[in-house]
Design a protein around this ligand. Structure first.
Ligand code: BG6
Length: 484
């Protein structure tokens, strides 16, 4: 067999976003309040606790506050009113794909209605039509760190099995409405985030020191696994031509030293990350989780039929985010690095971003090979990028060569993985346009090729402008990844 020389024809180059980080328009056209919109911005750059530990009182305070001052995800970057301009800019870069999510609460404002909100469905009709005007395929995440807040109040989010029925009513509406329009779906963004707290589970949450929290999170996750499997089946039945995937926050880890104890600790850490895709790609809980559950006091409540559903609802492709790697030590005696949702050990060989995330392009190649060896389904890198403090120079431009370097190095390693034989469908880097950070709700943590004039307090004209990386990515896409 010949070795591939580069990216396949039809490779899905593009960018990725999420509704709650870009749309704004949080309380118009019938939209309900979401879990993302009760999370306050972080008090300092590394403070991420506030998004995962949410009490009843926090929610009550947020509901009483009708402004977006403390809640930047309510304002996003006003994509709701700028989508034509933004998609036009993506088209100018040559995007083949645009990953976005649908805000569940635009379609079902409270989550438990039986009839969807037509204005919400219409908005996404218009967005998808705008993408298709330029030959851009929408890649749609059905649930990206938000749900109708009402489901938190009535069901405690995914902690309740009742939420599965609400979700599957929502997914059925989506597959019917966007049949033939959306070819690529994903069920839950970074499904492993459910074991980290509120953003994933939508369940009122305390930290893990509180008894019962581990049980609650894994039970909530089980409900999401079942809901995801049902959605996969619905999608296949309603629109057999569409493909539907899962989405994992990949946490590549290495042993801190060659000491076998460290190697084994890293292996376990790796299993605890791959467990989610084991369930969604292979269709069953892996054996090693039985031991983990027993040792951590978790007893999953399953209904008869759940196991069969997991088998029947195996995904078509594996989507994942990749930002960093970590190291693992058996005695956990290792300095910690930063991350958006969880923390791992520091690696002395790696540099870090302005937010302390460890930059490891080779880790992406390692991950791609590991996934391909293990699963043999097409892979899709649906997030990868650099959050940085951009400065507008005296010439009015943003010279973001550091972002170009980051992306170039990762794309180079992707290409190596393709030559290794990995089946890679596409690359939608995270956030082609500056947006609100998921973990800290800052605006100043910028990922984009397109600069948005807005600060952390929401001041600014919202004017969009092209950074240096814009022209660079344009040429990467035009050359199908040859001209880096
Ligand atoms: C991923 C999320 O974890 O990382 C995105 O899926 C998020 O929603 C991205 O924006 C980058 O994280 P952050 O915290 O820098 O926005």
């Amino acid at each position: 067999k010949t070795i591939p020389t580069g990216f396949p024809k039809g490779f899905l180059w593009g960018g990725a976003t999420a509704a709650n980080q870009i749309e704004g328009a949080w309380n118009i056209d019938g939209k309900g309040l979401t879990t993302a919109e009760v999370v306050q911005k972080a008090q300092d750059r590394q403070n991420i606790e506030n998004m995962n530990v949410i009490s009843k009182e926090t929610v009550a305070t947020a509901i009483a506050d009708t402004t977006d001052d403390l809640y930047p995800k309510r304002r996003g970057i006003d994509f709701y009113h700028h989508y034509k301009e933004d998609i036009k800019l993506f088209a100018e870069m040559g995007f083949k794909a645009f990953r976005l999510s649908i805000a569940w609460a635009r379609i079902f404002p409270k989550g438990d209605e039986t009839t969807p909100n037509e204005a919400g469905l219409k908005f996404y009709d218009d967005v998808f039509a705008e993408c298709h005007k330029y030959g851009i395929e929408p890649v749609v995440t059905i649930s990206h760190y938000e749900m109708p807040l009402n489901l938190t109040l009535t069901n405690n989010g995914w902690a309740s099995r009742a939420t599965i029925a609400d979700f599957t009513r929502y997914t059925e509406v989506l597959f019917k409405r966007y049949k033939g329009i959306v070819k690529y779906w994903m069920t839950f963004n970074e499904i492993n985030a459910s074991t980290w707290g509120f953003m994933g589970t939508g369940a009122l949450d305390s930290d893990l020191d509180v008894p019962g929290q581990t049980q609650l999170r894994y039970q909530a996750l089980h409900h999401e696994f079942v809901a995801s499997a049902i959605a996969v089946k619905q999608c296949h039945e309603i629109d057999p031509a569409a493909k539907i995937g899962c989405m994992l926050a990949r946490m590549q880890t290495y042993a801190n030293t060659p000491n076998p104890a460290d190697v084994r600790a890293a292996q376990l850490q790796d299993q605890l990350n791959l467990f989610f895709t084991d369930v969604q790609v292979r269709g069953e809980y892996p054996e090693y989780m039985n031991r983990f559950f027993a040792e951590n006091g978790v007893t999953l409540q399953m209904e008869s039929g759940d196991e069969a559903l997991l088998q029947e609802g195996k995904v078509d492709y594996l989507g994942f985010s990749y930002y960093m790697s970590t190291v693992t030590a058996a005695d956990d005696n290792v300095e910690k690095a930063s991350g958006n949702l969880n923390f791992g050990g520091k690696n002395p060989y790696l540099e870090t971003s302005d937010w302390g995330w460890q930059i490891d392009p080779t880790g992406l190649r390692i991950t791609l090979n590991e996934f391909w060896d293990r699963y043999r389904v097409p892979l899709f890198i649906v997030e990868n990028g650099l959050g940085a403090l951009d400065e507008v120079s005296a010439d009015g431009k943003i010279h973001d060569d550091y972002r170009i370097d980051y992306l170039r190095q990762h794309i180079q390693q992707m290409k190596e993985a393709v030559k290794d034989g990995v089946d890679l469908m596409g690359y939608t880097m995270w956030g082609p346009i500056d947006l609100i950070s998921a973990s800290t709700s800052e605006m100043s943590k910028r990922y984009g090729f397109i600069y948005v004039d807005q600060d952390d307090e929401g001041n600014g004209t919202l004017k969009r402008s092209r950074k240096d990386s814009f022209a660079w990515y344009q040429k990467v896409i035009a050359s199908n990844g040859e001209d880096l």
